[in-house]
Design a protein around this ligand. Structure first.
Ligand SMILES: Nc1ncnc2c1ncn2[C@@H]1O[C@H](COP(=O)(O)OP(=O)(O)OP(=O)(O)O)[C@@H](O)[C@H]1O
Length: 506
């Protein structure tokens, strides 16, 4: 029986005669098996001669038991040829949201060896595409991550995948708050390609800031990709870049991740300058996130409870707000997003150019919170703000797609403002629309693309401001976006995994 007869994935025209194996990139292996490179996957076809329990008058009948297995190229971790056999290691789904390292192993006959070598090269090309192979990864583990399970999850779910993919791994546990800042600040950037944190979103925030403290910060931030191995509660970074909070799938996504420039925002407050990669909030979101810590025992219900309490009180957070508005309307934002869907510009063109040749952090174009107000900033009356929320990624938690128009490196933050004095009915509609879709289009939601702002709370004794989920003093601050200053790993190289304001396929 020819391969074409038995395998629906193989074009019969390509499988006639030995020399044609090359054209189909089919490698005959073992006694009666073959490995074929199809469009998106490796097809393993095994015709094993076994005795089946089929009887006729002469006794047991020998018959062929065929198995066909398709392994997506994305899941292929490594392949190599040794003296006698070929070994392909891959991430095999073993349960919903779990992958584990598995392997296929076959003898390769001597005459096939040189072809097998080119076949392995071809397989790895398809498996990795433009993603870097054998990444050198500094792994940070927050021992308190995942309610103390981060270390266990690392050993069980992550390390075997990195090892099978031949990544070089160097593991360090964080010992105290802020330790990840120091580790990143002192990192030899020539020795690593990625810093991946087994943590929530707090450690990646620290890592960006540690790299940002280096003398050659701009170089460090463009050279070392920051990644998350989700061991927190929200895991926004992993949801946006990998579409998962599964530790094993995230590990596979890091192995296969494509280097992607990420906009970072400088925040100046008092005399401090920090970098934000995810979001800044003041008002109901900040208060619900940071002001309900004492209700952690409720699980995620604490957010719903906190929200409802504030909505019923119709809480407003008066402030003075000035914004550098880049795209003012939802229609224009949708158009901008549509164009970016097909923008495959090289990485270099998706970062601000550094004309000064100075490798330190870029100078602040708009000055700091202490500088005179930039003339390009527009005042937005904000006496009755209920929610001020600036986002650099789409999902703030699973099913919380607040910023569906965000793009990793378009040079803009997406700014949402919602009045605190809207009706309770309207406020609840907004809340439900975040989870069910449609939030972006609600008329009570103001949505702009911006590249800087200054916000100063007014007439409140205290309150909550959140930068990437971390609490900062309740006082005025200024923000300025730096296009593509940071680097992350993503599946596409230029988009988030969340649903956008325009369908990604059309
Ligand atoms: N050994 C340690 N002892 C105390 N604090 C630590 C230690 N290691 C890390 N931290 C701190 O823990 C904080 C939380 O980090 P992490 O990224 O895991 O979580 P998070 O984003 O707060 O998590 P969650 O998503 O669960 O809210 C960071 O501020 C970090 O500095």
């Amino acid at each position: 029986m020819s391969l074409a007869d038995s395998d629906p994935f193989v074009d019969p025209v390509d499988t006639v005669g030995d020399h044609d194996y090359r054209e189909a990139w089919t490698l005959p292996v073992g006694r009666s098996a073959s490995l074929t490179l199809a469009t998106d996957s490796l097809i393993v076809l095994d015709e094993d001669f076994t005795r089946r329990e089929t009887r006729n008058c002469c006794g047991l009948l020998p018959s062929k038991a065929k198995t066909t297995q398709a392994i997506p190229f994305f899941n292929i971790l490594w392949a190599e040829l040794s003296d006698f056999d070929i070994n392909v290691q891959y991430a095999k789904p073993t349960a919903k949201n779990v992958v584990r390292v598995a392997a296929v192993n076959y003898l390769v006959e001597k005459p096939q060896r040189s072809y097998a070598q080119s076949w392995v090269t071809k397989l790895l090309d398809r498996a990795y595409g433009e993603s870097q192979r054998k990444k050198r990864i500094k792994v940070l583990i927050n021992p308190f991550g995942g309610s103390g399970s981060a270390q266990k999850w690392y050993l069980r779910d992550i390390e075997p995948i990195f090892a099978a993919a031949r990544c070089e791994i160097d593991v360090e546990r964080t010992l105290y708050q802020g330790h990840a800042v120091e580790i990143a600040e002192n990192l030899d950037i020539e020795a690593y390609d990625v810093i991946a944190s087994c943590s929530g979103d707090g450690l990646p925030h620290e890592v960006f800031n540690g790299l940002g403290k280096k003398k050659d910060a701009t170089k460090a931030l463009s050279k070392v990709a920051v990644a998350q191995l989700p061991c927190g509660t929200g895991n926004a970074m992993s949801w946006n870049l990998n579409g998962t909070s599964s530790t094993s799938i995230a590990a596979l996504c890091i192995v296969k991740g494509i280097r992607t420039p990420l906009d970072l925002t400088s925040i100046t407050q008092g005399d401090r300058r920090t970098l934000s990669f995810l979001s800044q909030s003041l008002g109901i979101v900040a208060e619900v996130d940071l002001g309900t810590e004492h209700l952690r025992w409720m699980g995620s219900a604490r957010f719903t409870y906190g929200f409802l309490v504030r909505v019923l009180r119709k809480t407003v957070y008066p402030c003075d707000l000035w914004v550098k508005i880049d795209i003012p309307t939802k229609g224009a934002i949708r158009e901008h997003y549509r164009k970016e869907l097909t923008n495959q510009a090289p990485v270099k063109e998706r970062r601000d150019s550094n004309d000064t040749e100075d490798p330190a952090l870029p100078e602040l174009q708009y000055g700091s919170i202490a500088s005179p107000l930039p003339s390009t900033f527009t005042n937005i009356p904000s006496d009755n703000v209920g929610n001020f929320y600036a986002g650099n990624m789409a999902l703030m938690a699973p099913n919380a797609n607040f910023f569906p128009a965000t793009l990793p490196s378009d040079g803009h933050l997406d700014l949402i403002t919602v009045g605190g004095d809207i009706s309770r009915h309207s406020a609840i509609k907004c809340f439900l629309a975040v989870e069910n879709g449609g939030f972006f289009d609600l008329p009570q939601v103001n949505y702009r693309k911006i590249s800087g702002y200054r916000i100063i709370p007014r007439g409140q004794k205290g309150g909550y401001i959140s930068i990437d989920g971390e609490r900062v003093p309740f006082e005025g601050f200024q923000a300025e976006v730096h296009r593509g200053l940071g680097t992350v790993l993503s599946k596409t190289g230029h988009l988030y995994e969340a649903d956008g304001v325009v369908p990604k396929t059309g």
